[in-house]
Write a protein that binds this ligand. Structure first.
Ligand code: PLP
Length: 442
């Protein structure tokens, strides 16, 4: 059937794109139909790629977090997707925020969030950034080296420092240990230096790596954190904060939560955990599934006469070119080690693709003039797919547009927002309205 255009809550945040209602699939289709209308009207860039962001999905992830890890406070990792609606929703839901830079801190504070709800979780900061954190009242910050301690002593002597330790990151897509985290051997020396500089170290953090595919690593990480806590006590500190970092994968979340819960019970048993606040820095978990991308097939290169043998030797002979690529949203392929799967969103002006439709091997490319700009090396797509048709990509909310460039003059794809069509839509609307009223008096 023909999707209906949904009404919008344009009054909640007049400065932001309208907030629509209805299932994300409806908005993907509406966007495609709208593009056809713009093309008819000769609008430039009529067929531009676009995201659909479903805020009810973010809300449902938050419920999942609270159900599985009720004792662990999420500090959303802003770097993962600093989307203005996502940040407002999470602020309304009461999460904290993990910021990595002045800009991220400014963005979160501008929402009216208290600086006490921010952790500056970048162990290697510019001294001017440390000074700025001091001015803005952001006290919690991580470190993993001696130079950082000297910097903090100079620029923010009241800081509440969190020592980031090294843990096993070999079970993650994006390993961080090569760059960050103090080995346990270094901890006593670092704490001695912090004492000498009269700095307040309040606890320990770690990050098992982003995109962790073996959540059993949290057990060993918590064991190491326990050792670091004991070293803290030996150095005369009473640690009160344990930050278990990010790395939470959607499909493995319940498993990760079970490993964490068990390890916390073992290494930080209840009696001992009193007075210890446990926080985490989830990024991907909150936003990955909430955003889908629709991209238009702007060009195709196919052999004049198909040759099955050539295809076997050289890979797919049909090449589709779409209007977002690895210099844009699909930078997640290069930077975040993602493998993306296209599906046909519309073909020949129809949203329904028959199961019986013949398919063939194809590659999918971005719009720039660089050959590294490949979205799918080898996938299977309907042989009848042509220029003007649309491909959809799900799970595009994490580490995508936040790292996109405008290389070759291609704009970063914009977002169409919806509160979703099912569970959570009313709660999202309520939370955002509350936020608008309380924080900004709108
Ligand atoms: N915290 C820190 C310090 C990070 O570097 C990252 C990601 O790189 C995150 C949190 C978020 O990780 P994830 O998206 O895997 O949850």
């Amino acid at each position: 059937g023909t999707p209906t255009i949904s009404s919008a809550d344009e009054d909640i945040f007049p400065s932001l794109p309208p907030l629509l209602h209805g299932h994300p699939d409806i908005h993907l289709r509406n966007g495609v139909m709208n593009a056809a209308r713009l093309a008819d009207a000769n609008e430039p860039d009529a067929e531009r790629a676009f995201f659909v962001g479903d805020l009810s999905q973010v809300y449902r992830q938050h419920l999942r977090w609270q159900a599985c890890l009720p004792g662990v406070e999420p500090f959303y990792a802003v770097k993962c997707n600093p989307d203005p609606y996502v940040l407002r929703l999470l602020a309304a839901l009461g999460t904290g925020f993990d910021c990595a830079s002045n800009q991220e801190i400014a963005q979160v504070l501008a929402l009216g969030v208290s600086p006490s709800r921010i952790i500056f979780a970048n162990p290697c900061k510019a001294v001017s950034f440390v000074r700025n954190a001091c001015t803005r009242g952001v006290d919690m910050m991580t470190f993993d080296n001696v130079d950082e301690l000297y910097k903090v002593a100079r620029a923010h002597p009241r800081a509440k420092l969190v020592l980031r330790i090294l843990t096993d990151d070999t079970k993650s897509l994006c390993q961080l240990g090569i760059k960050f985290g103090a080995p346990l051997d270094n901890v006593p020396g670092l704490l001695a230096k912090a004492r000498e500089l009269e700095l307040d170290v309040i606890g320990v953090s770690f990050h098992v790596g982003s995109g962790c595919y073996d959540p059993s690593v949290y057990t060993d990480a918590i064991r190491r954190a326990r050792q670091a806590f004991d070293m803290g006590a030996a150095a005369g500190y009473t640690f009160s904060l344990l930050d278990v970092g990010g790395g939470f994968e959607d499909a493995l979340f319940e498993q990760a939560a079970a490993f964490l819960t068990e390890a916390l019970a073992q290494y930080f048993p209840d009696a001992d955990r009193k007075g210890i606040r446990v926080i985490a820095e989830p990024g991907r978990f909150y936003v990955s599934k909430a955003f889908s991308l629709a991209a238009n097939i702007i060009a195709r290169r196919a052999p004049l006469a198909p040759s099955p043998t050539a295809e076997q030797e050289d890979g797919p002979s049909v090449m589709y070119y779409i209007n977002d690529g690895v210099y844009g949203a699909f930078n997640c392929i290069l930077f975040d080690h993602q493998v993306v799967q296209p599906y046909v969103l519309s073909m020949g002006n129809s949203f329904h693709v028959s199961e019986a439709e013949p398919v063939g091997a194809a590659s999918v490319w971005g719009p720039t003039c660089d050959s590294i700009d490949c979205v799918c090396v080898n996938t299977r797509l309907p042989s009848a797919l042509r220029v003007g048709d649309w491909l959809g990509f799900d799970n595009m909310g994490a580490y995508t547009s936040c790292a996109a460039s405008q290389f070759n003059g291609f704009e970063v794809s914009k977002v169409v927002y919806t509160t979703g069509g099912g569970a959570g839509a009313a709660e999202v609307r309520g939370a955002l309205a509350r936020f608008a009223k309380e924080a900004h008096g709108l």
